[in-house]
Write a protein that binds this ligand. Structure first.
Ligand SMILES: [Zn+2]
Length: 190
């Protein structure tokens, strides 16, 4: 169950973190645009870890790897907790930017199926796992996802000071240099 510590996820997170740390010295700024406000992935992690002072670009890759590992662990939990849910192919389960999605084999979201069932508009093809059972499973799976997200944040939180120091050493000087170059360009270099 998800109350257990996800040791495998923790190991994978550690390895992704050290991989990112080893890569960071090669990071190069390609522009001075501050933060991509359109990024749907990072803000949850940035907020949870209190890293909002840091530039977004070098962190984007780290959180991409983390998000993928959390999604893979979530996928394993779906099968462990509800082995029948996807077995017949009636339902698909996935997570996208922190939101758990359940859909039927035609790709219709569970909410649409439930709504139709409630209004008895049309009779759905019987499934091995009913829409109501799928809805119950979703409640549990949303909780499982959030406990995995929290576990990932807690694990990364252990490295927070290392993240701050690494960004200070490998990112800040490059950002400053780029800013100086831009200023020199605009004002005409002396
Ligand atoms: Zn991002």
């Amino acid at each position: 169950m998800s109350v257990l510590r996800p040791y495998r996820l923790e190991r994978e997170l550690d390895s992704a973190f050290y991989h990112w740390l080893a890569w960071l010295p090669q990071w190069q700024p390609d522009s001075l645009r501050p933060r991509q406000s359109t990024c749907a992935r990072c803000p949850r992690y940035v907020d949870a870890l209190g890293l909002d002072e840091l530039p977004h670009a070098p962190l984007h890759g780290l959180f991409g790897a983390v998000e993928l590992l959390v999604a893979q662990q979530f996928d394993r939990e779906v099968d462990a907790q509800f082995p029948g849910l996807r077995a017949g192919g009636d339902w698909t389960v996935g997570v996208h930017h922190g939101v758990v999605h359940v859909a039927n084999r035609d790709g219709e979201s569970l909410d649409i199926v439930l709504e139709r069932q409630e209004r008895s508009v049309a009779l759905d093809v019987p499934t091995w796992v009913s829409a109501d059972e799928a809805a119950d499973a979703r409640v549990t799976l949303v909780r499982s996802y959030w406990s995995l997200f929290e576990a990932a944040v807690a694990r990364l939180g252990l490295q927070r000071s290392l993240i701050l120091r690494a960004v200070d050493a490998h990112v800040e000087p490059k950002v400053r240099r780029l800013a100086d170059e831009l200023i020199a360009e605009v004002c005409g270099a002396a």
